[in-house]
Ligand binder design. Sequence first.
Ligand code: F6P
Length: 537
Amino acid sequence: MSIWGKLAKHQRATEGRHMLDLFADDDHRAAEFSVHAGDMVLDYSKTCIDTEARDLLVQLARDSGVDVRRAAMFGGEQINETEGRAVLHVAQRADDDAVITVGGDDVMPRLRDIRARAYAFAEDVRQGRFRGQGGAITDVINIGIGGSDLGPAMATLALAPWHDGPKVHYVSNVDGAHIADTLKGLNPETTLVIVASKTFTTIETMTNARTARDWMAGRVSDPAAQFAAVSTALDKTVDFGIAPARVFGFEDWVGGRYSMWGPIGLGLMIAIGAQQFDAMLAGARAMDRHFSDMPLEQNMPVLLAMVGVWHNQICGHATRAVLPYDQRLARLPAYLQQLEMESNGKRVDMSGRDLDRQSGPVVWGEPGTNGQHAFYQLIHQGTRVVPCEFLLAARGQEPELAHQHKLLVANCLAQSEALMCGRSLEQARGIMAAKGLQGAELDRQARHRVFPGNRPSTTLIYPQLTPFTLGQIIALYEHRVFVEGVVLGINSFDQWGVELGKELAVALAPLLDGDAAAMATKDPSTRQLLGYLRAHQ
Ligand code: F6P
């Protein structure tokens, strides 16, 4: 029987077993079903995974070739087979003396050079040496989308306590509302615009970049002088009119959603400075080392991935909630939606064959405690099981508000406890009886207050959200996605699924201005919607 078959059989045989019984049977379960990486701990003991399931999951990872593929990734091999590229985001945070080759060439000198240039530019902006027409830069707008926005935007919010540079804004949506609201109140004479786009062709980004240039042109004699660009397409940045001195390149073997570690992080560099950015890289590097050195059974990204495989592919739980009890990680769920769903939302394997199991899960979430007052009702009492991933810092950043952090921590722990322990009908009846209810009304009311429990969660706990910790967390998630992709046999590094919509949008835009012949080629629903839009424009 295959490992997948064994896992499915084991799941069927143990279905319904309560995780509280697993704890009752094993005094050391909490420690044994936890994994350490530096000073971070991932506790996955509040799941139904037992020793046999874990052994099978680790064996599945091994049999799928995780260690071989991992070596291939770190070694610069072309593991992104459909695009014929290496996958080397790890090079962007590698040790200063690292040698990493692609096709025989050491890529590190160029990476170091670009980073040094980006840091120097960021410092110039921060120190007021690079100035706008109206003086020192007060505001920076990063225009980008997807991987050219989500990572840096998420990290900029996460590291707010370290901001000591100009204010950094992120504009991504082609909806003019986004840039219009951002520009309101900004001074074009003291604003720097960074156009961040790997390809420098993305329609949303290029449209917003032109809007920003027009906005500046009204007040600034040479708007291009207040523009910088980050891209792999250097020729296109020149065509846009941005001077090469303010263009920061990167290589196509850094995937968009894996690119926040290099010049795509320029906005963040300006917000927090090179020293703190370096600390973030050091955190990611520490996780890279853990991932590449630790045996699979003690390897945090591997175990996090395999817990996910257990819940999604084996137990059939289609979604996963990411619940940071850390307000500054508010953008983490959105960031992970791209990282995980764009990477592992694929229906065919490396060789183009249909997958015979589910692809990666739907990832969603909100920071606690806000989510508690929104969707936790369904997580606790709905008919679907939603595996939850809690993230929690032992200390907040505001010592004067330590009492609030205590409440935050208590809420986080209470949620995973409630999910696991639930509340039985008998307990609910006791509560309602104590309130004076009797007979049929007591029964009816009690049933609404039952929590089935036995609902799985993991908790990632760390001392404090610092630049170093953020680096560890994001690299952990990157490697988790990698492991899941290897186990599913898919290519986590392409994104063909975003292409069709892009192509159709380009063809549809002119139809809004009326092109009867082209309209006729559209399906009846699209024609009807276009008709309405034209009538109401
Ligand atoms: O949404 C598709 C995508 O290609 C992402 O993979 C990418 O991060 C994003 O668009 C932006 O692309 P670019 O950086 O080339 O503008």
